[in-house]
Ligand binder design. Sequence first.
Ligand SMILES: [Zn+2]
Length: 341
Amino acid sequence: MTNYKEELFKLEKRHIDNFKNGNIKEQDNIQNKINILHINNIQDLNTYIMKSINTIRDLCVDVNLSKKLLSDIMTDIKKTDFENISNVIDENIIVKSKGFVSLLLNVDLSKVKFYDLKVNKNNIYAEACCINCGEDEHHIFYYSEEFTSTDLIVHELGHAAEFSISRKVKDDQFTSHSCISEAVAYFCQFKYLLENGSRQQRSGAVAAFIYTYLAILVLSYCLKNKLELSDIIPEKLIDESMFKDFLEIYGDNGRSFIVEKINHIKNTNAELINLVGSEISPRFGVVLALILLKKDISIILKIISMNSITENLDSILNIIDNDITGSLKNIDKLILSFIDG
Ligand SMILES: [Zn+2]
């Protein structure tokens, strides 16, 4: 075992213990140590990360959702009773979900462990999370007293599967392009929902992308006008023609709601690069997963084996789709056919 791998696996074990204990300060400390370990072992890591972010920045501005699609999703969401799209996670669901992802990606998930943390004290911007640990002992944390659903668990198992497969394929593959990792997890989740979910559950699963789309519009506006996030005034920005559809769909309270969302984008991201890296790039996995739904499983396994930050993202995207810009123009169709099932 290389020193890098040995050190990393040790830190991952400590990270998981801190998660179980709810020791948030120590969690940040260990995460920092893990980041430094990667920096020390991968030459020019930050350059690779910037390259990955810039690829998504240039690509995502081609995403264009029609007013009709936005309106259809919003109508579905308004009709949704959260009782209908959530469910309790028990041992049965865990076994069933593990079986689903194991079969889908041909991977052994028997050592993956589940922990119910009851409440999301970690304030993670997610309803569950998967933390990698060693070769295949990854841990999935969920919060039973908050929103839980089987497809959410399947999504996290998709992450666990990706970790296990890529760690088996390459001995030193510990960093990834977030959009590709998320694409694999969303792929598993969407496959599950196509086989087992309702229209409302599928609408709910893609609804989060609407917020990302708003972030993409803000990004496009800033790039076009050579502005940084700190330069924009949400109350004024909202009157630009590109936000017209959003305003009309959200109705009476739309204006204040969208201004609040844009303010959130501005306040949580120091610069555009952070917005792309932390919000847009991972959620771009939704778009990639929708494209992957029509592809052979061998393509998924191929992109997992290639998903290292040192690999050119364009080459991986090209395996997913050799005309990704063309597919982005048809994103409406992809989303609709997924929701319709
Ligand atoms: Zn995820």
